[in-house]
Every structure is written in C-alpha cells, then in structure tokens.
Design a binder for this molecule. Structure first.
Ligand SMILES: [Fe+2]
Ligand SMILES: [Fe+2]
Length: 253
C-alpha cells in the first residue's frame, strides 16, 4: 500500500472552495426551495462526520501514510458539510439534527470495521456523483451550481481513493471472501439506489432523471468502481487528473 500520491492530492486540494463567488449568488426561487430544502438538509447532514470510528479502524492498519491521508479525506468531507451549511444559512434553510437514513449509514460504518466503513462510504459517494449532478441541474443559483461542481470533482477523486483502499484490502483476502464482500456491496448498492430515490426523487426528477436513468447512471459509476477495485482500471490520482478534466469538459458541454 502506498498512499503518498493520495496524500499529495488531498494536500493540494485543501483550497478547493476558495474560488467560490458568494457575491454573485442568485437566491433560490420559492419552487426550487420547496423542491430541494429537505433533500439538501439530509445530504449536508450526511457529509458531516468527525470520523472517529474511521480513524480508529485506519489506525489498526499501522500505516502512517494511510492514517494521514484519511485525516485529510475527513477534513475534505467536513468542508463539504461546512460549505453546504453556509449555503443553507444564506437561504434560511435550517440544518437537520437527526436523520434515520444517515443514522443507518453511520451504524453500518461503525459495525463493520475498515473494509465495511470504506464500502459504505463508497456506496454513498457513488450516489453523490449522480445526486449533485441532479442538484446542479435543479437550480439556477450560481453559488449552488459552483458548490455542486466542486463537490463532484472532489467526490470523483474519493471514488478512486476508496476503490484503491478496497483493492489493497482485498489483496489480503482469500478469493471466495473477496467475492462474498463484492456480492454484499452489490446488494448494498442496489438497496441504496431505491432508498435514495424514495427520499430524494424530487431533486433527482427536477434534475432531469427518471428512476431508470438515475439507477442506470449510479450503476455505471458503481461498475467503474468495481473495475478500479479489481485492478482493471486505474485508481491513482496522478494519471486520473487528465481524464477528470476531459470528463468534466464533456459534462459541461
Ligand atoms: Fe462529500
Ligand atoms: Fe466523498
């Protein structure tokens, strides 16, 4: 395992929200606010974590490089929560105290050790890749669009980071145990697709997704991660940056 490149990547990305132009922001329309408020509250809640259990699990790896990288990763996720929180404050949307879907994800992460935690996190991040695209399309607020775009850039790299970690962890397992873990991940992903649609379909629909389009796109991201986990696709940050820029320019077009 070598997390040096990942550590460098996260260190270089610490200013990821510095470019945001808060002054030019257009406030949400009444309809947008109605459509996205509850949903954005849940995602903001989900982004925030002190990462205590994740850090404890990471410590057991006895790999200082991984530990340092996880700390930077947790900080990046806290930035997502903070920036969404700031946006919500400017729009008068209150933060969510407790959310049962978030509680389920947190409990799953606590109960399942490092591999389970990374798997659950990756599942949520795969959903985020589609959700923030929908949110981007669902609003005319310039600042919210900027936030979505940056979160998408970050999350795309998180998918690579978690996939690389799982690849490293699976290498130490017997083949049947890896197959079992990946099967469980397929089931978790499928269940999450349904749960997230039930609770966030308004934003997803407003963002231009039917259920099938949403499920198909999430599954495409999931398949991409499976390829990275099994070593069939690149999961390192350096060579991915060029691809990321190409993908982003295609998406913007
Ligand atoms: Fe995030
Ligand atoms: Fe993430």
């Amino acid at each position: 395992m070598n997390f040096l490149l990942w550590q460098q990547y996260f260190l270089g990305n610490r200013d990821h929200f510095d470019h945001l132009e808060w002054k030019d922001s257009q406030t949400l329309t009444a309809l947008e606010k109605q459509n996205i408020s509850q949903s954005i509250r849940q995602f903001q809640r989900g982004e925030h974590s002190e990462g205590k259990h994740f850090l404890q699990f990471a410590l057991r790896m006895q790999d200082a490089g991984y530990m340092n990288t996880v700390k930077l990763f947790i900080k990046e996720e806290q930035d997502h929560a903070a920036i969404l929180g700031k946006f919500m404050e400017t729009e008068g949307i209150p933060k969510l105290g407790r959310d049962w879907l978030d509680t389920i994800f947190r409990r799953l992460r606590k109960l399942t050790g490092l591999e389970g935690s990374v798997t659950v996190l990756l599942t949520a991040e795969i959903i985020a890749m589609v959700y923030y695209k929908a949110l981007f399309n669902a609003t005319r607020s310039a600042i919210l669009k900027q936030i979505c775009l940056q979160v998408l850039k970050d999350e795309e790299m998180h998918l690579r980071f978690q996939s690389y970690t799982l690849e490293c962890l699976y290498k130490h397992k017997r083949e049947f145990a890896s197959i079992f873990s990946r099967t469980v991940h397929h089931v978790l992903m499928a269940g999450t697709i349904f749960m997230v649609w039930i609770w966030h379909y308004r934003v997803l629909r407003q963002g231009g997704y039917s259920f099938l389009q949403y499920a198909k796109e999430v599954w495409k991201e999931f398949t991409g991660c499976q390829h990275m986990i099994t070593g069939k696709a690149d999961n390192q940050p350096a060579s991915s940056i060029k691809k990321k820029l190409i993908r982003e320019s295609n998406w913007r077009a």
